[in-house]
Design a protein around this ligand. Structure first.
Ligand SMILES: NC(=O)C1=CN([C@@H]2O[C@H](COP(=O)(O)OP(=O)(O)OC[C@H]3O[C@@H](n4cnc5c(N)ncnc54)[C@H](O)[C@@H]3O)[C@@H](O)[C@H]2O)C=CC1
Ligand SMILES: N[C@@H](CC=O)C(=O)O
Ligand code: NA
Length: 430
């Protein structure tokens, strides 16, 4: 049996699990790949750390990642360092030397996917990154391969485990934001810089990758309308609960304007508790794919964490090894449809708006007039006294454009009787 030598770049949460699983299950993996997968080296930042739990021969660790990917005895490269550089340079260097690459790096793929796929095509190598979106869940391969004959119209779901964990803890246990984030970090769900999760950058990168693959169009993170969960308060969570809803960070990629444009957005939204996404707990992810002929498909599973993510990495590694043994490469990038991204202002959805107002006659009429002026129709209004002269007014609208809603909120904030626009959140899932 042939041996394929693997360079592993990074031995953190994901890398250490890749190393452990690769070592522990080498016989099974060899039988499935048709070649022995042998670690040629593991690039780390510091040599002195105890990595005995990985089962890797200590002599294989090196701090010279660039040297490792250039070695002639390395056939395949797994990049789980994260970030843009040096990951990008290391991947390109590996490809230039004819080595196929498996990566979990969504930040890089979302920004540079086109260039990396072009490099892979040029050098006749594979580039696989199933772990980059929704961790262990097989999602990119089904979109790219199983649904290649269909016409995907929408991809919608929860694609960030850390924020789902935080929102779930806030909703289920009343845990504070900071405490829940610390737990998510300790469990290995969060990015090295957790603001990537909290501010929605991680979910936006995943949304860009999903939209690009689903709609065969070039979409980068910069094209994604992004709002994170940093401003979601326990009051929002309670308000959602009061109307039978739950707050989730959603990624929504859809064909718009009759399929001529693509809408891509990431933002917190209230969804009814009866919606299947409402039951997605902890760091789990779930993604709906809607296609013209297949109908509605749902993908569900662990979206973060070392072992589940390593499962997706190893799945790719076996595929890449099989391709190499068969002298073929898998499908590359596909951008032929070249659909532009629709401006966010044209997005149509419902809104939940919470206002701090003076509790006196005429306030409701004032507020209603502002909605009417911008042609935003009100579905429900709830008022709760907050003291002798203050009240909270919660308005849920019918569907309106983002543009009209923003103009409404701006005018509301200028009303003398409105003390504070406390929160504005989209309502999805009906
Ligand atoms: N943790 C998770 O649940 C998931 C992570 N990912 C992605 O997997 C990648 C790795 O993530 P984690 O393992 O969580 O991060 P991590 O921060 O735990 O691991 C990265 C490791 O790379 C090392 N490193 C940094 N620069 C290096 C260099 N120049 N040479 C050698 N080693 C270097 C760091 O010291 C660290 O040990 C990232 O792209 C991340 O977005 C993807 C899906 C899930
Ligand atoms: N930080 C990410 C890890 C997986 O992609 C997340 O929380 O989802
Ligand atoms: Na995945």
């Amino acid at each position: 049996m042939n041996t394929l030598r693997v360079a592993l770049l990074g031995c953190g949460v994901v890398g250490s699990e890749v190393a452990r699983q690769l070592t522990e299950h080498s016989a099974d993996l060899a039988a499935r790949a048709g070649a022995q997968l042998e670690l040629a080296g593991v690039a780390v930042r510091r040599l002195e750390r105890d990595r005995s739990a990985t089962g890797v021969d200590p002599s294989l660790f090196t701090t010279d990642a660039a040297g490792l990917v250039s070695r002639p005895d390395v056939d395949l490269v797994v990049e789980v360092v994260g970030g843009i550089e040096p990951a990008r340079g290391l991947i390109l260097a590996a490809m230039e030397r004819g080595k196929s690459v498996v990566t979990a790096n969504k930040a890089l793929l979302a920004d540079d996917g086109h260039a990396l796929h072009t490099a892979a095509d040029k050098h006749g190598v594979d580039l696989y990154y199933e772990a980059a979106v929704a961790g262990a869940i097989p999602l990119l391969r089904p979109l790219r391969e199983s649904l290649a004959g269909d016409h995907v119209t929408r991809v919608l779901g929860i694609v960030n485990g850390t924020t789902n964990y935080i929102l779930d803890q806030m909703d289920s246990n009343g845990t504070g934001f900071a405490e829940a984030l610390e737990e998510a970090q300790a469990l290995g769900y969060a990015e090295a810089d957790p603001t990537a999760d909290v501010e929605g950058f991680d979910a936006s990168a995943k949304a860009a990758i999903l939209a690009g693959i689903a709609f065969h169009s070039p979409v980068t993170s910069a094209d994604v309308h992004r709002e994170g969960i940093a401003n979601v308060t326990s009051a929002d969570v309670a308000s959602a609960r009061a109307m039978g809803a739950v707050v989730k960070l959603l990624a929504i990629c859809e064909l718009t304007n009759g399929g001529s444009t693509v809408g891509v957005r990431v933002h917190p939204a209230m969804i009814p508790r009866t919606h299947p996404l409402a039951g997605v707990r902890g760091a789990y992810n779930a993604v709906f794919v809607e296609a013209e002929y297949a109908g509605q498909l749902m993908f569900y599973g662990p979206g973060a964490g070392g072992a589940p993510t390593a499962s997706a990495v190893l799945g790719d590694l076996v595929t890449v090894a099989r391709n190499r043994a068969g002298g073929v490469v898998g499908p590359g990038g596909s951008w032929y449809a070249d659909r532009p991204v629709r401006p966010m202002g044209e997005t149509v959805t419902r809104y939940h708006i919470s206002l701090g107002v003076d509790d006196r006659a005429g306030v409701l009429a004032n507020v209603a007039n502002v909605f009417a002026k911008h042609d935003v129709s009100i579905e429900t209004v709830r008022q709760r006294a907050e003291g002798p002269t203050d009240a909270e007014l919660v308005v849920v609208t019918h569907k309106a454009t983002d543009q009209a809603l923003s103009a409404t909120v701006e005018d509301l904030s200028r009303l003398d009787t409105v003390r504070d626009v406390m929160s504005v959140m989209r309502v999805e899932g009906e």
